[in-house]
Design a protein around this ligand. Structure first.
Ligand SMILES: Cc1cc2nc3c(=O)[nH]c(=O)nc-3n(C[C@H](O)[C@H](O)[C@H](O)COP(=O)(O)OP(=O)(O)OC[C@H]3O[C@@H](n4cnc5c(N)ncnc54)[C@H](O)[C@@H]3O)c2cc1C
Length: 486
């Protein structure tokens, strides 16, 4: 079959790889001049920065894409498991190192926060049980297909419904199960991994913590950009065709069937069309259908990112670092209710020069400083950016007894508006709809169109969700659906 993939984000690239394996002729159309979507890269003189994801979990899902073509993924990219997942800092000088080794992690929590070892072990084990019950049923299969639910996995999940803690928020679960306020904040933060609020997302989301603590965090030898680069190289090798600087204008639909795409006013015919473009933009712009739009209120958070070239090293910091806000609840209230950023936000500092060579001059560091922020609804980002810069510099100075301004030698800033423009993401949301609310996973758009035959969807804004691993899972669902459609 001739298959068009619109967009070369992780979902688009992995769909192309899977469908080429099935013998289809796959063409990828990308409006930018390069592949990768949110996994971009920028250079500021001798400093270089990944512009999107910084945390790599479940890399075996990427490896699988190479292995299915008989290729050794290590010939394309390499990664190492991190000994430290993240370093956490609070303004009162409390700190916590999340070690990848479970006993070291537990010892750190017990000694710093006097948490009972048993309650942590119970928390980890319950999260694992939730994941084991849900992953085959939900993450690798299409939603809204009866066949997904007619099996023993569903019966098992239903029998264990209480275990999922669906009717409590993540914060409530963490309060009940963990108790210590520092540790609660550490575990609450996992809600942000899909752009949600711990006070609104259900307790089932302890599974995100499980993915990190069980599968570990990893670092690519040449940075995150190496992931789409390797996938692109594989695509080229297996015959996938790429068309860059080609913004698809619309998806052609005839008699309720997708028959091709419109590009530069020309119609190109295809047997199947897969959209890797944000699902809201797909409907609004590519299908000219204004009836489908995610609930604006429920969109995931966006980000305001400062890319700083720093002219010295900070020995206390690692690859992933968090400086927590003093009022976490207020921070999320600001993001999701007021569409604002609090004066004391949590600061994420990602420094790839800690683990990767040649991304900053010797003795210097490349700081990717990210603040969770609301979606773009036309706020005055220039004004917000300036206030925020002042506030976060103050907080960094206080935490590390430094005047960081003196050490910033390069700077670039991305606002939610930039993210929206760069990757054509609806309102600049990083993950499509958030997981706020008990029914949120079921509200995500499925991976196929109910009303238009031969039209499919992959990527972070559709089922099963945002983030690199889930985007890859979406490509598996799409390629299985296409296989079954014949
Ligand atoms: C700042 C930031 C931090 C993040 N942190 C993490 C993290 O640490 N770990 C993690 O796993 N995930 C993280 N994510 C989320 C992750 O990046 C996304 O879920 C994932 O990359 C989305 O991939 P996608 O397949 O949906 O495609 P996208 O990356 O959204 O790409 C879509 C592509 O479609 C193209 N396109 C759009 N319209 C058209 C058109 N009309 N014609 C042709 N092409 C078009 C776009 O140019 C783009 O290349 C982060 C995201 C951001 C932005």
């Amino acid at each position: 079959m001739r298959i068009a993939v619109i967009g070369s984000g992780i979902g688009g690239l992995s769909s192309a790889i899977r469908l080429a394996k099935k013998g289809h002729s796959v063409s990828v159309f990308e409006r930018n001049d390069t592949y990768g979507g949110k996994l971009g890269i920028i250079k500021l003189n001798k400093y270089s920065f990944d512009t999107g994801p910084s945390l790599l979990t479940m890399p075996h899902l990427i490896d699988e894409l190479f292995q299915m073509h008989g290729e050794n993924p290590r010939d394309y990219f390499n990664y190492r498991k991190k000994d430290i997942h993240c370093k956490y800092f609070w303004d009162d000088k409390t700190n916590f190192t999340a070690f990848s080794d479970k006993s070291k992690y537990i010892n750190e929590a017990v000694s710093k926060f006097y948490i009972e070892k048993d309650s942590l072990l119970k928390y980890f084990s319950r999260s694992k049980k939730k994941y084991d019950l849900i992953n085959e049923l939900f993450l690798f299969r299409p939603i809204n297909k009866i066949s997904t639910y007619l099996n023993f996995d569903t019966v098992k999940a239903l029998l264990n419904l209480k275990l999922f803690q669906l009717f409590s928020s993540l914060d409530q679960v963490n309060n009940n199960d963990i108790g210590n306020r520092y540790m609660i904040q550490v575990f609450n933060r996992y809600a942000t991994y899909n752009g949600s609020s711990p006070y609104l997302t259900p307790g089932i989301m302890t599974i995100i913590q499980h993915l990190e603590n069980h599968y570990g965090t990893h670092v690519c030898d040449e940075g995150m950009r190496q992931i789409p680069t390797s996938m692109y190289e594989l695509c080229r090798k297996i015959g996938v065709k790429f068309h860059f600087n080609k913004s698809v204008e619309s998806i052609i639909v005839k008699n309720k069937e997708a028959t091709g795409i419109k590009l530069n006013n020309k119609i190109l015919k295809f047997d199947k069309v897969i959209s890797n473009v944000d699902v809201n933009i797909t409907y609004k712009k590519l299908l000219n259908d204004k009836t489908y739009l995610s609930n604006k209120k429920n969109m995931s958070s966006s980000a305001l990112i400062f890319f700083w070239g720093i002219n010295r090293e900070f020995k206390d910091l690692d690859l992933h670092n968090i400086l927590f806000s003093n009022d976490y609840k207020e921070e999320f209230k600001n993001i999701f209710e007021k569409n604002e950023i609090t004066n004391d936000p949590t600061i994420y500092i990602n420094i790839t020069s800690k683990d990767i060579k040649n991304v900053s001059p010797k003795g210097c560091e490349n700081w990717f400083v990210m603040i969770n922020s609301p979606k773009d609804i036309g706020q005055d980002w220039d004004k917000i950016k300036n206030t925020l810069r002042k506030n976060i510099i103050e907080k960094i100075n206080k935490n590390f007894s430094v005047n960081i301004q003196d050490h910033i030698v390069e700077e670039r800033v991305f606002t939610p508006k930039d993210i929206s423009i760069n990757t054509n993401s609806y309102l600049g949301s990083l993950y499509g709809e958030s997981s706020n609310g008990i029914l949120s996973p079921l509200r995500r758009h499925q991976n196929f169109s109910r009303s238009i035959k031969n039209l499919y969807f992959c990527g972070g804004t559709v089922h099963p969700g945002g983030g690199i691993p889930l985007c890859i899972m979406s490509s598996k669902i799409v390629s299985d659906l296409i296989e079954k459609s014949n």
